[in-house]
Write a protein that binds this ligand. Structure first.
Ligand code: ZN
Length: 141
């Protein structure tokens, strides 16, 4: 079977199987020959996975602030920061492309973000109810 020089220059993309010019091919981090489209797609997946990791870290940071806000009520600064951080992390989790890239990190990120909001809400809810109860009992007298 005759294989022309043109055939030699064509390789198959290891990801999608498309036939590509050898000069057009790029290499994946694993050293496989892939086309540019798959290369770009893999880069997006990697950066999304990194974004998922940083979302988990920010959710954990918010949770830390939430835990700190319970014994340490400094003008509700920690509470506000914990709730804001928790909401930002939850919003990230709701984006479908993040959800896919998160993988096993997803439930942990959601749990940490929700816990951050819950702990962050302890002081505001406590003081709100104390104020409310005070106002109600004040009305009784
Ligand atoms: Zn490809």
């Amino acid at each position: 079977m005759y294989r022309g020089p043109a055939e030699e220059r064509v390789v198959a993309c290891s990801a999608c199987g498309a036939r590509i010019e050898r000069s057009e091919a790029t290499f994946s981090p694993a050293g496989e020959t892939i086309c540019r489209r798959c290369d770009a797609a893999q880069r997006v997946t990697t950066s999304t996975a990194n974004a998922g990791k940083s979302a988990l870290y920010s959710a954990l940071a918010a949770l830390g602030l939430g835990l700190l806000s319970v014994p340490c009520n400094l003008f509700f600064i920690f509470s506000v920061m914990a709730i804001t951080g928790g909401i930002v992390s939850l919003k990230l989790c709701l984006r479908p492309e993040f959800r896919a890239a998160f993988g096993t990190l997803f439930p942990w990120t959601v749990a940490a973000a929700v816990a951050a909001i819950v702990f962050g809400a302890v002081q505001p809810v406590f003081w709100a109810s104390v104020t409310l109860l005070g106002a109600v009992s004040g009305l009784g007298h």
